[in-house]
Design a protein around this ligand. Structure first.
Ligand code: FEO
Length: 400
């Protein structure tokens, strides 16, 4: 449990969670996660963020190896969600800091979570600076990235941005830097994190990237996962976020479905053949085998969504309802959609899915396809045509 010096006198003192597969109770994290916290040793010693409560001991151990706990002067709380503030009460009790800095909204969250009336809390405003000796900590509010309280801080003397939730990835590892893993692995983790956590806040991401664009940054230290060191690595994640926030359509389609007796499954494959005929690759995901967060990660690479369900109790299957609820909350933009499904006697399912996709502002170039009992040649042909229509509309949306 050693601290890691990431810049002269600036130490990583966080904790690695190799075992979690459930991030915040709603998303899968197949590679675990990391709760990053940082210590700046200067005239005033500053602890930046903390860790989830169950990792308090690990963090205190690392921190104590870098500095006696009672010598921590300031604690900065960028964000009060408990993966970063879970250890806060223990830290305050052990370190007895002179001041705890947070945003105005952060102070409200702090009061909600902790009995903190006696804590020496100081609210900082957007753009405010704090001199800690040979360095300055500049605070920038980044509301809704991830909560209303969220902020980041920048150390100009070190060209270092502490970015809190922004630019994170759910990776657990013995290495601390993004350049120590393959770019493919890193990008997959970034897309997974963005599409399951950050996506609804894309307009704020675009604004924040503009606001922070004037900073001279050669290291970005997020609160989850690996640290981006050097301009190339920092540029990689800034570019990735600009692309992900823009949600520019990609010429690839996601086909998701659930099925009872394989009829809707056969329709899904016929939809894929229609897409293929017009030159649009697709990924077929059965919801029996793919979690809703895997579906969202795949959506990061797809400009179209085709969703299929049988009709069940005059509605749709629960796995389809779950993924559409999750997807709608994450507010994907600029997609083309299509719906299909089989039924026995009432047949409402595909219409419900079609309306659900429409409610996400998806362009729906063709009516939904439904087929009674098992799909035969004619209805599989209709599914093929649905795939073609969606593929052609997507191709136009992508500029040809
Ligand atoms: Fe990593 Fe919003 O918490």
């Amino acid at each position: 449990m050693q601290p890691v010096e990431i810049k002269k006198d600036i130490w990583w003192v966080g904790a690695v969670d190799y075992d979690t597969r459930d991030f915040h109770g709603y998303s899968r994290s197949p590679y675990g996660t990391t709760y990053n916290a940082y210590l700046i040793k200067d005239k005033k010693n500053v602890l930046v963020d903390s860790v989830s409560a169950s990792f308090t001991g690990a963090m205190l151990c690392r921190l104590a190896k870098a500095l006696p706990l009672e010598q921590v002067d300031y604690i900065v709380c960028h964000h009060l969600e408990l993966d970063h503030a879970g250890a806060l009460a223990e830290l305050v009790a052990r370190c007895k800091p002179e001041k705890i800095f947070c945003s105005q909204m952060g102070a409200k969250s702090m009061q909600g979570y902790f009995d903190c009336q006696a804590w020496p809390v100081q609210i900082v405003k957007n753009g405010e600076s704090l001199n800690i000796g040979s360095r300055t900590v500049q605070f920038f509010e980044t509301r809704m990235q991830h909560w209303p309280d969220s902020m980041v801080s920048y150390i100009p003397e070190d060209k270092l941005l502490f970015s809190n939730d922004a630019f994170g990835q759910n990776i657990s590892s013995t290495v601390r830097y993004a350049d120590e893993v393959s770019e493919e692995y890193l990008l997959n983790a970034v897309e997974e994190y963005y599409y399951n956590i950050v996506l609804p806040f894309s307009p704020q991401v675009t604004s924040a990237l503009k606001a922070l664009g004037g900073l001279d940054v050669d290291m970005i230290a997020p609160d989850h996962g690996l640290i981006y060191r050097g301009r190339k690595s920092a540029g990689f994640i800034l570019d990735a976020y600009a692309r992900l926030a823009e949600q520019k359509p990609c010429k690839r389609a996601l086909i998701l479905y659930d099925s009872m007796w394989h009829s809707t499954e056969k329709m899904a494959y016929a939809v894929a053949s229609g897409l293929e005929e017009v030159g649009v690759p697709s990924r077929i995901m059965s919801l029996k085998y793919n979690h809703h967060s895997q579906v969202m990660t795949e959506l990061s690479r797809c400009g179209a969504v085709l969703a299929g369900t049988p009709t069940h109790n005059n509605g749709i299957l629960p796995a389809v309802a779950a993924v559409l609820t999750y997807m709608k909350g994450l507010r994907p933009k600029n997609r083309v959609g299509g719906a299909f499904g089989s039924y026995g006697w009432s047949g409402e399912g595909p219409k419900i899915v079609h309306e659900w996709l429409e409610s996400m502002d998806m362009e729906m170039p063709a009516p939904f396809v439904k087929t009674q009992w098992a799909p035969r040649h004619e209805s599989l042909g209709q599914c093929h045509e649905l795939g073609k229509s969606v593929g052609q509309a997507l191709t136009i949306k992508c500029g040809g």
